[in-house]
Design a protein around this ligand. Structure first.
Ligand SMILES: [Zn+2]
Length: 271
């Protein structure tokens, strides 16, 4: 299933992508299929990238292609996941430990497929994430440790997609925390003097945006993204449906910039 593993409010988006009924949540927007005015095709991979997401499978759904493409181009791609994802799935009887163990295993397999340099999973409570100083400090600490040119995270301003999908509250909380952490709190020498040397980020790529204006070519890694998502979906998932959904979404985003396959982002140029 093309899903974040969390219960989301709506299922329409994935249906729109693949053109058939589905039981999954779409977990993100459908990028406009028409050419996007002034859209940029990102051709230079950053030296270092840091992806920051709420749940273990969010980064795969949102930017697994870009992370894999950049990894292949030599980027050191680091991933920070804020929760272990213990609220995910449909099994109300499973223990939290069983769920988190499975999700950690799937994440490790996905990280290998995408070529990630490091993965760190924090223990903020799934489904209860709030944008507070504890979370922002956790983000600043990783920014200063990894020193990325580019960061990728949820677009918190994207809330309602169409008429059936509402973004998960953890996605919004993490997105806002990132926006609040990546500017002066990371680069200013008088902020968080206990969290390492200040670091200025050049670009932020907001994922799941309703206003994508920057696109990363993912022709060579569409299948790797689909394979990573299949890991997260589990054995009971419809593997063919996942693969087709990933391909359809990549093609849709590619249309926006006139390429075969892409992922779309809203870019903030900070540096
Ligand atoms: Zn999620």
């Amino acid at each position: 299933m093309l899903t974040c593993g969390q219960r989301c409010s709506g299922h329409r988006q994935a249906e729109e992508v693949v053109g058939e009924p589905t039981r999954s949540c779409g977990h993100g927007p459908t990028v406009p299929s028409a050419l996007v005015a002034d859209a940029a095709l990102i051709v230079d991979a950053p030296a270092v990238a840091l992806a920051i997401f709420a749940h273990p499978d969010c980064p795969i759904v949102n930017c697994g292609g870009a992370l894999a493409a950049w990894s292949r181009d030599g980027t050191a791609v680091h991933l920070l996941v804020v929760t272990k994802g213990e609220r995910g799935g449909e099994d109300g009887e499973a223990s939290d430990d069983d769920i988190t163990e499975a999700r950690a295993r799937h994440l490790e397999a996905s990280a290998g497929l995408l070529g990630l340099s490091s993965v760190e999973v924090l223990d903020f409570p799934d489904g209860e994430v709030v944008n507070n100083m504890e979370l922002r400090r956790a983000i600043v600490a990783r920014v200063r440790a990894h020193r990325p040119e580019a960061v990728l995270f949820h677009d918190p301003t994207a809330v309602i997609y169409g008429d059936r999908y509402v973004s998960h509250p953890d996605h919004r909380a993490v997105g806002w925390a990132c926006l609040d952490a990546i500017g002066a709190p990371s680069s200013g020498p008088r902020y968080h003097r206990d969290l390492g040397e200040p670091h200025a980020i050049s670009d932020a790529y907001l994922c799941g945006s309703l206003e994508p204006d920057a696109f990363v070519l993912i022709d060579a890694v569409v299948e790797a993204k689909a394979a990573a998502l299949r890991h997260h979906a589990g054995e009971a998932a419809d593997a063919q449906w996942i693969t087709e959904a990933v391909r359809a979404r990549a093609e849709d985003a590619g249309e926006a910039v006139g390429v075969a396959n892409a992922e779309g982002f809203r870019r903030l140029r900070l540096g």
